[in-house]
Design a protein. Structure first.
Length: 190
């Protein structure tokens, strides 16, 4: 019985390791330039790497996605500020629940505008502004349910959240963020 040597980087026989670059790099990771030149991932320390081995980086597409998500988060933080200011500003006129509902639409409208101008600049910008805004609001309806549902339940059940609605708004924002990003990216700005 013939025993094959194993490739140290992949723990696979060399024939399988050579056929497996997509498992190492795939759509998500790319190899360092030094690894490409050597024909495989680096096993030992690389020059100038401080002793680290076999570094993999995010692919270009995933770096762009991460940057887009970061911009979306910054816009979301600004939207949170609009949301909070509207809740506190309108609470005495509309009551807490009414102020929270109005504030969502104020913040969502501001987020749509900022995402259109910055996060997803130039993507899906053709066509009617009103239609794109409506699509954004509709696509983020799941985020609305998660966001305001969480916030309203907390306000109704926890006295501290009723006294300090910003706590409920933080929890609601976190609850809706990932669905809003995914749906905005796939349905509105494409």
């Amino acid at each position: 019985m013939e025993q094959q040597t194993l490739d140290a980087a992949t723990a696979l026989p060399p024939t399988l390791a050579a056929a497996r670059p997509s498992a190492i790099s795939g759509d998500f990771f790319t190899r360092e330039p030094a690894e490409e030149a050597a024909g495989g991932p680096t096993v030992g320390p690389m020059a100038g790497s401080g002793g680290r081995t076999g570094r993999l980086r995010l692919s270009h597409a995933h770096r762009q996605l991460a940057a887009q998500f970061l911009r979306f988060g910054v816009v979301g933080l600004l939207g949170f500020m609009w949301d909070t200011a509207t809740v506190y500003g309108m609470r005495s006129f509309l009551g807490l629940t009414g102020a929270m509902i109005l504030a969502y639409f104020v913040a969502a409208s501001m987020n749509w505008l900022m995402n259109r101008l910055w996060t997803f600049r130039g993507i899906g910008s053709a066509g009617s502004l009103l239609r794109q805004w409506g699509t954004f609001i509709a696509a983020n309806s799941l985020g609305f349910l998660l966001n305001r549902g969480t916030a309203l339940v907390l306000v109704d059940t926890l006295p501290i959240c009723n006294s300090y609605p910003v706590l409920a708004l933080v929890a609601g924002t976190a609850a809706g963020m990932f669905s809003n990003f995914t749906l905005s990216r796939r349905l509105v700005f494409r």
